[in-house]
Structures are given as C-alpha cells and as structure tokens.
Design a protein around this ligand. Structure first.
Ligand code: FAD
Length: 484
C-alpha cells in the first residue's frame, strides 16, 4: 500500500495505526451507529474513507478536523467524476427544490474559510455568477423568472437575480456574440468585457443527441444547475444562431464555479496537516459479527471502527460483497475544454442555455463546454466522435464566438447516478459501522463537501443536522426502480 497524497505528515498519536492487525479489537467495537463514538487508546476513533473524489476527500477533511484518526483509500480509477466535472455551483434554477445541492452551495463559504485557515487559500472557486438564457416564449420566460426569483429570495447564497438584455449578456460573456472575422486563420483575441461586433459565420451543425437515454430529471438538467427551464423547455432550439445571442437572460449573482481537481487536492493537503493518511489501492470492506472491521487494500488489512463508502460510480462493486445493494450506475459525461487565446475569461459567468448543456470558464483563457449525459456506457472511458460533436455543436450554437477557439482537452467522467436521481447518504442496518455517501449525480461538486460533512458526522456517531430519510441508501424508490 502506497500513500498518494503528498506530504503525509503525521500528527502525534497517528503513529502506531493498526494497519495489518486484522480488525478492531474488543475495546473499540460496538460504539457505532446510535451509540457514542468511543475513543481508541490514543484518544481518537479510527475511520477508513474509501474513495478520494470530492465526497471522500471532504469526508476525510471533516473527520481529521474533528480529531478522528482517518485513512483515505483510493484506487485511482479512470473516469473519476470529480476530475472531469465542470464545476458549476448554481442550484437555484431547478423546477424542484434540491435541498442537498442548495445546502451544499451554502456550505461553501464556511469550507473556503476553513481551508484558507489550513493553508489552502486558492482552491479554484470563484463567484462569477450565472446567466440563465430565457426562453423566447414570453409566458414561459415569465414563469422561469418568477420561479428562479422566488427560489433565490429564499436563499441568501443565491445573491441578486436580475434580468439582462442581450447586450449586457454579451458584455458579460463576449463569446455569446460571433467573433469578428472568426475563421480558423484569423481567430484574434476576444476582449474581456464589452460587446463584440456581430456578423460571424454560422456554427457548423446543430445540437445532436448523445447516446443512451435521457437522464432522470429532465433533458434540460445541467450539471450543477438542475432542470433550468430555459431554452430547452421551448423545444431545445439552438438559441443563438450564427448572429449570436439576441434574447434576454437572468443573471444570478451568487452562482460560482469550481475546479474539482484543485478543490479535491486542497482538501487532501489540508487534511494531511491534521494527520490524514492516504493509501493507494482497491479497498474491500471487511465485516465480522454484523459490523465493519475495516478494509483490505489490495489484500492488506486495515482495521477501522467505521468505513465511509464514497466510491462514486464504483460503489456497487464495493458494497455488494457485504450485502448492501445500491443501484448506482455510471452516467458518462464527456466535456470539452477550449482555449480562447488572449481572452481574459477570469470573470465570465456560467452560461445556462437550458438545453442541458452549458458553458463556463476558468482563468487561463479556458472555456469549458459541457457535457454529455450518457447511460448504458458502463465504464467505457473514451471520447467518442458523437459525444465530442454534441458538446461542440451545442457550445457553438449558443456562443458562436468560440468558433476559432482551440480544443485543448476532452475529459470523461462517470457521474454516480441513482435511478430516482436522489443521493444515497446515510447508514444501513447491517453492517453496522458503514456509512454510504454516494449518488450525487450531476450535482456532486455542489453538494459533495456538504455530503462529506454529513458522512463524517455519521461516522463519528453525531447528529448530522438534517433529515436523511429521503437519502436512505436502501429506500424503496432506489431498490425498486429499474436500472439499465
Ligand atoms: C462531465 C461532468 C460534469 C459535471 N459537472 C458538474 C457541475 O458542473 N457541478 C456539479 O455540482 N457537479 C458536476 N458533476 C458531478 C460531480 O462531478 C460528481 O457528482 C462528483 O464528482 C462525484 O464525486 P464522488 O466523490 O462521489 O465520486 P468520484 O469523484 O468518481 O470519486 C470516486 C473515487 O472512488 C475511488 N474508488 C472507487 N472504488 C474504489 C475502491 N474499491 N477502493 C478505493 N477507491 C475506490 C475512485 O478511484 C474515485 O477516485 C459533473 C460530472 C461530470 C462527469
């Protein structure tokens, strides 16, 4: 077993971990699930977190901050969702309330402050706001405005919601207009801010469907932004055409974007300062007498009082051997990263056209165009011609100013998706000592750190602070819904 985290500094007391001891001893057993967390000889409880995506990394961070001896195990699977995720944090546009993502967005300010205190000041999070492009139908647009405004009014983290015209939308996100003279040979820099001249070429091709069936929750759902009721609700037509965006949009000032890779690395690095130990390898959960006894990592035993299963789309393989059947499936997402040479994209907002696709930027002239939502692909970790065509065509249909951008990278990730679209977060009757933290689907970068805090509380035998019954890992809806 090799560590993979980084420094891996141990705090006093973390030495002498019972790696290889083959299970917890009688002193530490029995405290779990309902009973108070019992301290080990070193004054700390021992917990293994399986999976170092955003959920597992956040869980581990919360655990070590609470003083628990913690080991984070990761198998470095290709297609980790956190590494591919777009990073939109905007849970206020959905038709339905989404308590966990909403709580997740509200959790971020506290988390960012805590990480800054722990030496992780720049984690790739920026409050850039979002533009929800409104449907052309006035009645539908009015309904969307009313719904989003009401949702935002109930949550101070959503910030201000204002209606903006096309000129303002293009000023905020210049690529919504065609780049002047944008051809392969003359793609000049796009200025930061300020409207751009129109008259560029038509984007090639229109929106294309990806393989697999439409996701639960509506075809207009965007990663991190739920079902928006924007353009797609009026037929999913390409909103811009060759002349660029000409409609109205809602600007949601509290929306943000996050670099999932940087956040995850920051959580682990901060946790290591508290003594987190990281181990690379594939974990198997060990049980005896109806409770967890730890894990085996590539055959080597690692004893623990509690195990948090945060293995993303791979959770069924982790949990099935201990009798816990969770019908989570991998939902493949292909997402393209473009570069607009010379453009200062630092403060461009997230763009939500309501088609289920979206655009967002990072600081290095990078524009991210996402994403496919494909089911039935298994763990097939390839960029496909159709997937890439879909995301690029959708992006260009909304933002013709991207026509001359450089394609720098395409990422593929597997969203852990439950059949009813709800997370799986909680304990199970047996084995005792097991916490399931999974199924965050398209909203895991939004809800993941909060879900991690809840999972950590459960692993410590503490009150999680919210009603978890809708997220019961063994709820009827999740067991009886057919999955592909
Ligand atoms: C294209 C795309 C775009 C997205 N955009 C957004 C967005 O804009 N906003 C948003 O909120 N969310 C978004 N998401 C969703 C978000 O990325 C996921 O919900 C979230 O990252 C899931 O995190 P996780 O920790 O549960 O799983 P993962 O990140 O997949 O991590 C699971 C980890 O478990 C490890 N593992 C598995 N089995 C084992 C084992 N037996 N032993 C040890 N380790 C194991 C794997 O190696 C992996 O590292 C997007 C997802 C994709 C794919």
């Amino acid at each position: 077993m090799n560590g993979w985290g980084g420094g891996g500094a141990s705090t006093p007391g973390s030495a002498g971990w019972p790696v290889g001891s083959g299970g917890v001893d009688g002193r530490t057993g029995g405290w779990w699930c309902g009973g108070p967390a019992r301290e080990t000889g070193g004054g700390r409880v021992r917990i293994v977190v399986v999976g170092a995506g955003i959920v597992g990394a956040a869980t581990a961070y919360e655990l070590v901050r609470a003083g628990a001896e913690t080991v984070l195990v990761d198998a470095a699977r290709e297609g980790r969702a956190t590494s591919a995720g777009a990073g939109i944090i905007c849970p206020w546009t959905g038709r339905d309330e989404e308590p966990l993502p909403t709580a997740g967005a509200g959790h971020y300010p506290r988390l960012l402050a805590a990480l800054a205190e722990d030496g992780q000041g720049d984690v790739g999070h920026r409050g850039v706001g979002a533009l929800l492009l409104l449907p052309p139908d006035p009645d539908e647009a009015a309904r969307t405005i009313a719904r989003v405004t009401a949702r935002a009014a109930a949550d101070p983290h959503a910030g201000e919601v204002t209606t903006v015209d096309a000129t303002e939308a293009r000023r905020l996100f210049p690529a919504l207009a065609p780049a002047s003279g944008s051809t392969e040979s003359s793609g000049g820099p796009i200025p930061s801010g300020g409207p751009m001249p129109s008259g560029g070429p038509m984007p090639s091709g229109g929106p294309m469907p990806s393989g697999g069936r439409a996701p639960a929750g509506g075809a207009a759902s965007s990663d991190g932004a739920a079902s928006s009721g924007g353009m797609a609700s009026s037929g999913g037509a390409a909103p811009a055409g060759g002349g660029g965006f000409t409609g109205r949009a809602l600007h949601i000032s509290g929306a943000a974007r996050l670099d999932g890779r940087r956040m995850c690395a920051a959580l682990v690095a901060a946790a290591e300062r508290y003594g987190l130990r990281t181990v690379r390898g594939t974990a198997r959960i060990e049980t005896r007498g109806g409770r967890v006894r730890g894990v085996r990592v590539d055959g080597e035993p690692l004893a623990a009082d509690a195990v948090v299963a945060a293995a993303g789309a791979w959770s069924p393989a982790l949990l099935e051997p201990v009798g816990v059947r969770v019908p989570v499936v991998p939902q493949r997402g292909q997402i393209a990263h473009l570069r607009l040479p010379g453009a200062d994209t630092t403060h461009w907002p997230v763009v939500l056209p309501g088609t289920g696709h979206y655009l967002l930027t990072f600081d290095d002239s990078r524009v991210v165009a996402g994403a496919t939502r494909e089911e039935g692909t298994g763990f097939d970790h390839r960029v496909t011609a159709q997937g890439l065509a879909e995301v690029l065509n959708q992006a260009l249909a909304v933002a013709p100013g991207l026509a001359s951008a450089t394609l720098v990278e395409t990422r593929v990730g597997f969203r852990p998706a439950a059949p009813d679209g709800q997370p799986l977060l909680g304990t199970v009757p047996e084995p005792a000592g097991l916490v399931v933290a999974n199924g965050l689907g398209p909203a895991g970068l939004t809800a993941g750190p909060y879900a991690g805090a809840v999972a950590a509380a459960l692993a410590l035998g503490r009150e999680p602070g919210l009603d978890l019954s809708p997220y019961d890992p063994l709820r009827d809806a999740v067991r009886t819904t057919r999955t592909t």
